[in-house]
Design a protein around this ligand. Structure first.
Ligand SMILES: Nc1nc2c(ncn2[C@@H]2O[C@H](COP(=O)(O)OP(=O)(O)OP(=O)(O)O)[C@@H](O)[C@H]2O)c(=O)[nH]1
Ligand SMILES: [Mg+2]
Length: 208
C-alpha cells in the first residue's frame, strides 16, 4: 500500500502577495514542454466534490481571480504559484464526469482544457470511487496532454478498508500518480515535486 509521505504541514519557505512559493529542496529534472516559453499552465479537473478547490487553494496564493468563463455563467478560478523557481498558473475547473459534456459546467471544463494552453492536467479523483472515476482519466489521457492523477481522500477510503497502491496504479496507467488526503495536506509535498517535473526551466546555465 501507499504510505503517506508527509504527515506534517508543508510550509512554503517564502510567500509574497498573490504567489505561493514552493521550494522543497528538490531540483527540476529537465525542461519538458519545449513549446512553453511562458508560464506553465495547469488545470485541476475531475468530478464534483473530489477536492479540486481545496487542492487549488493549497497550491495557489492569496491573489486568485474568479470570473465567468467567456460566454457562460460558470465561474472559473485562476491562481498562481512559484514551483521550483518557475511561475505556474493553476485553473480550478467546475466538476465534470466526462469529456463529452452534458452540462454547461462540463462544457466549460472541456473548453478550458482545449483552449487555455494547458501544459498539464491534474485529474483529481476520490479514492473511494476509484474504478468509476478512472474512466475520465483515460479520456483525459486521450487528449495527448500530460496527465497527473491525484487519488484524493485516502483518509476516508482507508476508513472503509480501501488502500490504493500508488506505484502499481502509476505503472498500470503509465502516468504519475499521487495519493493524497488534501484536507490534511497529506501527499502535498509529493504532488508539488511531481508538478515540478512538468515545469520547464527558463534559467540559463553558464559554464566558464
Ligand atoms: N476527508 C477529506 N475531505 C476532503 C479531502 N479533500 C477535500 N475534502 C472535502 O471535500 C469537500 C469537497 O471539496 P471541494 O474542494 O469543494 O471539491 P471540488 O472538487 O472542488 O467540488 P466541485 O467544485 O463541486 O466540483 C470539501 O468539504 C472538502 O473539505 C480529503 O482529502 N479528505
Ligand atoms: Mg470546486
Amino acid at each position: 500500500m501507499d504510505c503517506h509521505d508527509c504527515h506534517q504541514s508543508c510550509h512554503p519557505k517564502r510567500q509574497n502577495i498573490g504567489w505561493k512559493i514552493f521550494n522543497f529542496g528538490f531540483k527540476k529534472k529537465r525542461p519538458k514542454n519545449s513549446s512553453s516559453t511562458g508560464r506553465t499552465t495547469i488545470a485541476l479537473v475531475g468530478s464534483p466534490n473530489v477536492g479540486k478547490s481545496l487542492l487549488f487553494n493549497l497550491l495557489t496564493g492569496t491573489y486568485v481571480t474568479v470570473s465567468n468563463y467567456p460566454g457562460t455563467t460558470v465561474e472559473v478560478a485562476k491562481g498562481n504559484a512559484v514551483i521550483a523557481g518557475e511561475k505556474v498558473t493553476f485553473f480550478d475547473t467546475p466538476g465534470m464526469y466526462s469529456l463529452m459534456p452534458i452540462t454547461e459546467e462540463e462544457s466549460v471544463a472541456r473548453d478550458l482544457i482545449a483552449n487555455e494552453g494547458v501544459d498539464l492536467i491534474i485529474h483529481v479523483i476520490d479514492a473511494k470511487h476509484l474504478g468509476r472515476m478512472l474512466n475520465l482519466t483515460l479520456q483525459l489521457m486521450e487528449t495527448q496532454l500530460p496527465v497527473l492523477l491525484v487519488v484524493n481522500m485516502i483518509d476516508e477510503a482507508q476508513k472503509l478498508g480501501i488502500w490504493v497502491n500508488e506505484d502499481r496504479l502509476a505503472h498500470q496507467l503509465g502516468i504519475p500518480v499521487v495519493t493524497m488526503a488534501a484536507a490534511q495536506k497529506v501527499g502535498l509535498k509529493k504532488l508539488i515535486a511531481k508538478v515540478a517535473d512538468h515545469v520547464p526551466s527558463n534559467s540559463v546555465s553558464l559554464t566558464y
